[in-house]
Structure formats: structure tokens, C-alpha cells
Design a protein around this ligand. Structure first.
Ligand SMILES: [Zn+2]
Ligand SMILES: [Zn+2]
Length: 255
């Protein structure tokens, strides 16, 4: 199984910055931020399932454009997996025939370009031997993280989250955990903003990671453009023992 980083920045601001999107093999997306826009038409058409962590724009912005670009080229609908509250937000605020067409009814309700599949926290979806499980996180809106399990190893992606014990308990229980990709949106001088927007800053992340005994590789994602170097330097100090690495667009993991 191959996991490729299409985008992992906490915003835009340059030709190298792309918001969150991960591609699992050729056919699954985890989030659909602006990183999706670098895929070719053929690569876009190969996407069959999209798992969303939450409905914030930096994680869904390119989903409407993806469906529009390749809906007619696909033989079966694109399936969008997410908690019911996230799907409801998409229906109400994006695919509402005002911002964007309701592609769950186009070209016809019986043979639509996309379909919604609600996913409960803790629920696992198995697609071609790959198991994707929604994990509890704590953000300002309904959100989940995901465990991606090849059968041999698991990678965990936090999506957007601030402190909360449920996520760490769920990660601790993963016996084949290989890596954790966790967000850290802000540097420590913006700790108050991190707390109110329910993101991590380095000291909050270090406090949370103290709850995780299980060893694993640690990758940092969702750094704010312009503040990324500073934030990573702070993380390197407070989490030195875990040898954190910065996630980067183009990285590919085989597991
Ligand atoms: Zn968010
Ligand atoms: Zn975000």
C-alpha cells in the first residue's frame, strides 16, 4: 500500500504550498484540499473514494472541482465518506445548487456522479484489503482522524485537532502502529489562538503526546505558511526524543 502526500500545508501562499490531501494507492483520497489540483485528469478519474476528516474549506476545497472534472469519465459514483454531520454540511453549504451543483443527483438521482456514505467514529471501511477507520478528535467542528491499515502496519492521520484524550487512547490501542501524522498549526506564541481554534501548538502537542506510550514515527502536518520553520524548530526542542519530521508534499510511504 502506498500513501502519497499531495498537500499538507495549513494554508496557501506560494507555488509549493498545498492544503491537505493524501492519496492512498491510486484510488482513495484522505481529504481533498488544494493538493488534489496537481493530479492529472487520468489520476483524478481514478479516485473512487474520498474520506474527509471534516468540512473546513482547506480540507474539501477541491472536492467540488474534482467531481466536476471527471464525473462524466467515471463509470460509478465517487463515494464520499465522512461523519453524518460533515456530509450534512457539504449538502447544505457546498452541493446546494447555489455554490455548486448537487452532484448526488446529477446527471440523475439513480446514476449520480457522487454519493454520500456516513461513517461513525470507530467504524472501519475495508476497500481492497485496506482498512480505514475513523478516530475521535477534538476540533471546532465535527471531525475525525483516520487509521489507515494495510494489514502489516498502520499509519494514523490526525486531521485537524486540539487536545483531547480520546484520540490518544485510540492511537495507543493500535498494535501495528508504524507512524503518526499529526497536525501542529501554530507556533507557541499563538497558543491562545491554537486553543480557541482547537489546533495544536508545540507545547500543547508535547503535552498530548505524553499520553502516547507506543513508539512510532512522527510526522508534523498543517503548519501555517510563513510560520512553519519557527513551529518546527519549537517542536524539535520540546519533542526531541521522538525525532519529529516535517511532512512534505511529494513524500510517499509504503507499508
Ligand atoms: Zn479545520
Ligand atoms: Zn485545516
Amino acid at each position: 500500500m502506498k500513501l502519497q502526500v499531495l498537500g499538507c500545508d495549513g494554508g496557501i501562499g506560494g507555488s509549493a504550498q498545498r492544503t491537505t490531501a493524501l492519496r492512498l494507492d491510486d484510488d482513495i483520497l484522505i481529504d481533498a484540499g488544494s493538493g488534489v489540483g496537481d493530479l492529472s485528469l487520468d489520476a483524478l478519474a481514478a479516485i473512487g473514494d474520498v474520506f474527509l476528516t471534516h468540512a473546513h474549506l482547506d480540507h474539501i476545497a477541491f472536492l467540488p472541482l474534482l467531481i466536476d472534472a471527471v464525473g462524466e469519465r467515471r463509470r460509478r459514483p465517487l463515494t464520499v465518506h465522512a461523519p453524518e454531520e460533515v456530509l450534512a454540511a457539504l449538502r447544505q453549504h457546498i452541493f446546494n445548487d447555489a455554490i455548486w451543483p448537487d452532484f448526488s443527483r446529477i446527471p440523475s438521482p439513480a446514476q449520480a456522479f457522487m454519493r454520500y456514505r456516513p461513517l461513525a467514529v470507530g467504524e472501519a471501511v475495508v476497500l481492497g484489503g485496506r482498512t480505514i477507520t475513523a478516530l475521535p478528535v477534538a476540533h471546532t467542528v465535527p471531525a475525525v482522524g483516520y487509521r489507515i491499515d494495510s494489514g502489516r502496519a498502520s499509519y494514523v492521520f490526525s486531521g485537524d485537532t486540539g487536545p483531547g484524550p480520546a484520540f490518544w487512547q485510540a492511537v495507543e490501542a493500535i498494535d501495528n502502529l508504524a507512524a503518526l501524522i499529526v497536525e501542529c498549526a501554530f507556533p507557541d506564541r499563538e497558543r491562545a489562538l491554537a486553543e480557541v481554534s482547537r489546533h495544536f501548538c508545540p507545547t500543547l502537542l508535547a503535552e498530548a503526546l505524553a499520553l502516547l506510550q507506543r513508539p512510532c514515527a512522527l510526522y508534523i502536518t498543517h503548519l501555517k505558511p510563513g510560520l512553519a520553520d519557527q513551529t518546527m524548530a519549537e517542536i524539535a526542542t520540546v519533542l526531541a526524543a521522538r525525532q519529529p519530521r516535517r511532512l512534505a508534499k511529494g513524500m510517499t510511504f509504503e507499508f
